[in-house]
Design a protein around this ligand. Structure first.
Ligand SMILES: Nc1ccn([C@H]2C[C@H](O)[C@@H](COP(=O)(O)OP(=O)(O)OP(=O)(O)O)O2)c(=O)n1
Length: 152
């Protein structure tokens, strides 16, 4: 796992968010699902989304949302990222569901956020919701899937 000094070098755009062993990730926007979706024979039909008005979002009890992360991330070849929720959210009955950040990925991260509690939870854009931890990958390839964005 990479520590602070390496992370600042490899992810200069996130230098102010680097922690001793990871990178804090800030909430950008929250989206609600507005249509059905499917995954059949690897054909993805993603649900339609409606961006909710911010900057303070109210998460209804027992409801799932998508949460975009501020700043686009570039994961260089030879590195991979795992994303873990901020424990303050877990202590508040809110989970952040994530997956793997592939070597070569460039774009906006999109996590699922779920309020398991019986009460509303308010969260503001810009607050930290997760932490990325980064590992070296020996002999890695590069991501070129459907969520890859053009680098500016
Ligand atoms: N919670 C997450 C996890 C990952 N990613 C980004 C970084 C990953 O490199 C990229 C693709 O993630 P996956 O490989 O998990 O996605 P799929 O396998 O569904 O996509 P594809 O079919 O394009 O490989 O999406 C994301 O936006 N949100």
């Amino acid at each position: 796992m990479l520590g602070q000094n390496e992370l600042v070098k490899i992810f200069p755009d996130f230098a102010d968010l680097v922690q001793p062993s990871g990178i804090d990730l800030e909430l950008d926007k929250i989206y609600q699902q507005t249509s059905e979706g499917s995954l059949i024979d690897n054909e993805k039909n993603l649900p339609d989304l409606k961006e909710l008005p911010g900057p303070i979002y109210t998460l209804k009890p027992h409801t799932a949302y998508l949460a975009s992360i501020k700043r686009k991330v570039k994961i260089p070849k030879g590195y991979t990222m795992l994303y873990l929720p901020r424990s303050t959210l877990l202590r508040s009955f809110v989970s952040v569901q994530t997956a793997v950040g592939d070597p070569g990925f460039y774009g906006t991260l999109m996590f699922m956020i779920y309020n398991h509690g019986d009460f509303e939870y308010k969260i503001k854009s810009g607050d930290r919701i997760a932490q990325a931890v980064v590992f070296k990958v020996e002999g890695s390839g590069e991501y070129s899937g459907s969520y890859q964005e053009e680098e500016e």
